[in-house]
Every structure is written in structure tokens, then in C-alpha cells.
Write a protein that binds this ligand. Structure first.
Ligand SMILES: C[S@@+](CC[C@H](N)C(=O)[O-])C[C@H]1O[C@@H](n2cnc3c(N)ncnc32)[C@H](O)[C@@H]1O
Length: 198
């Protein structure tokens, strides 16, 4: 997909409700994005298993939603208590197959989100950061069943004296891995890129 086609899709993207109750500045996202992903998975009858490679303290909200909707969830992260498996997602591969992956990586240039050297928020060299990101997207694609979804949350912002178009970077990475971009959801200032494994 060209940059122009994506920009067009983003302009007409659906704006999600925002009930609040999350800490945007601490790297948490609007949980309506997660609810939308579960709905999408249910409607399409994919495996009711979700992997979250970048879990933080706020991810517990998602576990509760999964239990209530009959989904299983595996979450990997670097902060004790905020994830089910304390591990570096650039090195670990989740077991089995998933119908959905929710990706909310640290934003390049954001404040450090843990003490771990493996935390993407600590990677100030764009090449190092984007290679780590690509590695995790690769694992996410491999762990998906055919027809499964990745919802990747990012934004278009400025950091470390440059414009960072994480939304576009996600589109390009996922397309290069054979994923099909199917939708875009907006929850200002975040953008959720929705792609399906074909
Ligand atoms: C933007 S936050 C997302 C938190 C949560 N998903 C939410 O939206 O509420 C990103 C999280 O990924 C974690 N993280 C960063 N690098 C990681 C890595 N290599 N492996 C696992 N988790 C990582 C950070 O510590 C941080 O807690």
C-alpha cells in the first residue's frame, strides 16, 4: 500500500469511544482498542487466544476482559506483576498459535519504561529500535493462525529531533511480512493499525 492510500484510510478511520481510566503518559492505551480486537476476533471465528508482547502494569485490564469473554491471554513484559511471563519479547517465542496479537510497543524516544537494557524505550538509536520492533513483529506473524489479526498501536509524533511515524512504520513492516492492512482505528493521539494474516 502506498503512503497516500494509507493516509486516505487514516483520514476516514473510525474514532473509538474514549472512556478514560488509563495513563496515556505512562504508555497505557485506551482499552476500547482491546475490546474492538476481541470483537473482531469473535466475529471472524479465529482462535480465542491473544498474545501481548509488550505488556505493562496496565495490561491486567486486558486479562480480565479475556477471562470474561472466554479468551486465553499470554502477556510478555519486563515489569514484574505487569505481565504473565517476565521475558524479553525480542528473544522469546510464545508457545502455540494465536488468533490475535495486540502490539503496543514503547514509543521511540519515550521515557524508560523499565530498568531492563532490553526495553525498547531505552533504544535511542533508531536502527537498533526498529530492528528490535521488526523482530517482534516477525514472531507475532509466525505465531498467528491464518486469518488471525495483529492490532498495532502507535502514533505520529516528534521525538529526539525527528518526526516519528510509527503508524506508517507498522504498516510497512506488516505488509513486508505478508499481512493485509484491513482497518485503522483512532483514539487520539494513538492510531491502531489492524492487519490480517492471509
Ligand atoms: C507502551 S507500553 C504498553 C503497556 C500496555 N500494553 C498498555 O497499553 O497498557 C510498552 C511496554 O512494553 C515493555 N517492553 C519494552 N521492551 C520490551 C521487550 N523487549 N520485551 C517485553 N516487553 C518490553 C515496556 O517495559 C512497557 O511496559
Amino acid at each position: 500500500m502506498s503512503k497516500e492510500s494509507y493516509i486516505g484510510m487514516r483520514k476516514s478511520a473510525r474514532r473509538l469511544d474514549d472512556p478514560g481510566g488509563y495513563r496515556l503518559n505512562d504508555g497505557e492505551m485506551n482499552s476500547v482498542i482491546f475490546d474492538e480486537m476481541l470483537d473482531l476476533m469473535k466475529r471472524n471465528g479465529v482462535t480465542k487466544r491473544v498474545w501481548e508482547p509488550f505488556a505493562g502494569p496496565g495490561s491486567k485490564r486486558f486479562w480480565v476482559r479475556c477471562v470474561m469473554s472466554g479468551f486465553e491471554m499470554e502477556s510478555y513484559g519486563l515489569v514484574k506483576g505487569g505481565c504473565k511471563v517476565l521475558t524479553d519479547s525480542t528473544e522469546s517465542v510464545p508457545e502455540g498459535k494465536y488468533g490475535g496479537v495486540i502490539m503496543h510497543p514503547p514509543y521511540y524516544g519515550s521515557d524508560p519504561q523499565s530498568d531492563s537494557e532490553q526495553d525498547l524505550s531505552r533504544m535511542l538509536d533508531w536502527k537498533v529500535y526498529s530492528e528490535a520492533l521488526e523482530k517482534v513483529f516477525g514472531v507475532a506473524v509466525d505465531s498467528l493462525d491464518e486469518g488471525g489479526f495483529i492490532v498495532a498501536v502507535g502514533r505520529d509524533y516528534r521525538a529526539l529531533s525527528r518526526r516519528v511515524r510509527l503508524d506508517l512504520v507498522y504498516v510497512w513492516i506488516m505488509e513486508s511480512m505478508g499481512m493485509e492492512l484491513i482497518d485503522v482505528w483512532i483514539s487520539e493521539p494513538d492510531v491502531a493499525i489492524v492487519a490480517r494474516k492471509i
